[in-house]
Design a protein around this ligand. Structure first.
Ligand SMILES: Cc1cc2nc3c(=O)[nH]c(=O)nc-3n(C[C@H](O)[C@H](O)[C@H](O)COP(=O)(O)OP(=O)(O)OC[C@H]3O[C@@H](n4cnc5c(N)ncnc54)[C@H](O)[C@@H]3O)c2cc1C
Length: 485
């Protein structure tokens, strides 16, 4: 029996205080309803959080805010009344074959670093692949097909193949091609070649050179949102991990493990969930049909561990971030956080984050910080970056559900779960984890707002999940600046 007095009651329970969860709560408040937000971590923000230590700011990997929708831009800008949302320039390179190459490629740089023969071979091979695919129109089921048809064998072998294999931990022929159009920021050899030609004021369509970023780290966005919804009467319960959801005649009871007080119960008529879809489905009571459970068990995420270094030096590279595709290096990307914002580290110091793709529980995920530090410092030395005597502090942060893994049959499983979720008229799943979609921050915010609408509008609710199956994503049409009136 539950002690009624101790049950936290509200109109809507929102699971997760990442961007999507906080946006959902804001949307619910906008309808005059009262939400409570349950978050398992000690801070808000989910994957868009910032960890601050000894004057350093570390995000979970680099987070550029690139809004595609003017309303989202205006909403986020309005949170920063103190004008601390900055427009920043991107500078990124690839470390390949012992050389630092500009990314996206620039003609002089490519010729100088790769040599005329390799550069021409890449360009020619890519064009041939493009023409061949234009004529043959071969199916593109896998990420490998997609990359080979656009860039050709040489660029695939040099960069795209190794980088993808390292990030995902499997060969690109095991990954669905659906992932690529959303995430490969240079979309074909044609785009690469056009970029090689010097022309003033031209930017690659799928490539953003500028981005928005707050003083204090990307986590300022969710922190300000949490403050906003708090001011409107909603409460975020931190350190509460939802573990069971039971359907009752008139609503849902959510049990959450509270690190300190044990277990707390929440009751509401409606739920918006932004936690990982598979975990959400598995904690529903009464138990869901076995075929849906099987589908949920088939959805996988790729994890990332971030080794954060506090360095006693004023610069490591000139980059905001650096791609490191080769397998011989443990990390696949390096973020230099004071290049994102100078205030991300004390004066004369650098906050460097090494991103290591892994699987929760595997060797790279589990090894002690000291061991990973030794390996990474050796790797950096191989790149002629010697930081051994400059490390004044280090710690790891983790993103277990960093990337939804689009396996070749993921869509079949996802559709089964989506169709099942459509049978609930008082539950909406949303956000990057909740939808199992490769959404960036701006879309996470938007699907949060949309989820609140869908919860109260049966027609919208019906289309909500179907829409999310097909969204295309390009880094074009950005709305970084203020609305022109
Ligand atoms: C390495 C990396 C780099 C990225 N870079 C960019 C970038 O440059 N630009 C960009 O726009 N986007 C970027 N993203 C994507 C961005 O992080 C996401 O789009 C956004 O954070 C998703 O927000 P969300 O609220 O949907 O999900 P999340 O942030 O994952 O929120 C889900 C929340 O649910 C909570 N939760 C989970 N289980 C439970 C439970 N049982 N009980 C209670 N709470 C629970 C989690 O703790 C979390 O807070 C990046 C992501 C990664 C991993």
């Amino acid at each position: 029996m539950h002690d009624e007095k101790n049950i936290v009651k509200s109109d809507v329970i929102v699971l997760g205080a990442g961007l999507a969860g906080l946006a959902s709560a804001f949307g619910v408040l906008g309808r005059g309803q009262k939400p409570v937000v349950i978050e398992k971590e000690a801070i808000v923000g989910g994957m868009s959080c910032s960890i601050r230590r000894d004057g350093f700011v570390f995000d979970l990997g680099g987070h550029r805010f690139l809004p595609h929708n003017i309303k989202t831009t205006e909403y986020v800008r309005a949170l920063f009344k103190d004008k601390t949302l900055l427009l920043r320039n991107r500078k990124s390179q690839i470390y390949l074959g012992g050389k630092f190459l500009q990314y996206p490629p620039e003609a002089i740089d490519l010729l100088r670093r790769l040599g005329i023969a390799t550069s021409l071979k890449c360009a020619f091979g890519g064009l041939c692949a493009r023409i061949r695919q234009g004529i043959l129109k071969e199916p593109e089921n896998t990420l490998k097909d997609w990359l080979m048809h656009r860039f050709g064998q040489d660029l695939y072998d040099i960069y795209f193949g190794p980088y993808s294999a390292k990030l995902w931990g499997v060969d690109p022929d095991q990954i669905s091609s659906e992932w690529a159009p959303q995430r490969v920021s240079v979309s074909s050899i044609g785009v690469v070649i056009r970029n090689l030609m010097p022309a003033k004021g031209r930017a690659i369509k799928t490539y953003a050179r500028k981005f928005l970023y707050p003083v204090g780290g990307i986590g300022r966005i969710p922190e300000l949102m949490a403050g906003q919804i708090g001011g409107m009467g909603s409460k975020v319960f931190l350190n509460h991990c939802a573990s069971k959801i039971t359907r009752h005649e008139n609503g849902y009871m959510v049990e959450a493990e509270d690190g300190r007080a044990g277990r707390r119960l929440f009751f509401a008529k409606k739920i918006i969930s932004t936690m990982p879809l598979s975990e959400f489905v598995m904690m529903l009571e009464p138990r869901v049909p076995p075929e849906v459970l099987n589908a949920a068990g088939s959805l996988r995420f790729r994890s990332v561990r971030f080794l954060n270094l506090m360095l006693n030096t004023d610069e490591v590279t000139k980059n905001t971030w650096l791609y490191v595709p080769e397998d011989k290096f443990t990390f696949f990307r390096i973020q230099e956080f004071n290049k994102w914002c100078p205030k991300n580290a004390p004066r004369g110091k650098v906050g460097l984050s090494l991103e290591v793709a892994c699987q929760k529980g595997d060797r790279l995920w589990s090894m002690p910080d000291e061991e990973l530090l030794d390996i990474c410092l050796m790797d950096l030395k191989k790149m002629r970056v010697d930081l051994e005597k400059k490390v004044i502090g280090y710690f790891s942060t983790y993103a277990e559900h960093a990337y939804p893994f689009y396996s070749l049959d993921y869509r079949r499983h996802l559709q089964k779960i989506y169709r099942f979720m459509e049978s609930f008229d008082s539950i909406v799943v949303t956000g990057r984890q909740g939808l199992f979609r490769y959404l960036n921050m701006d879309r996470a915010l938007e699907v949060g707002f949309e989820a609140a609408e869908a919860l109260y509008d049966p027609a919208r609710r019906l289309h909500f999940l179907r829409d999310k199956e097909d969204r295309k994503y390009l880094e074009s049409n950005l709305h970084l600046s203020k609305k022109k009136r």
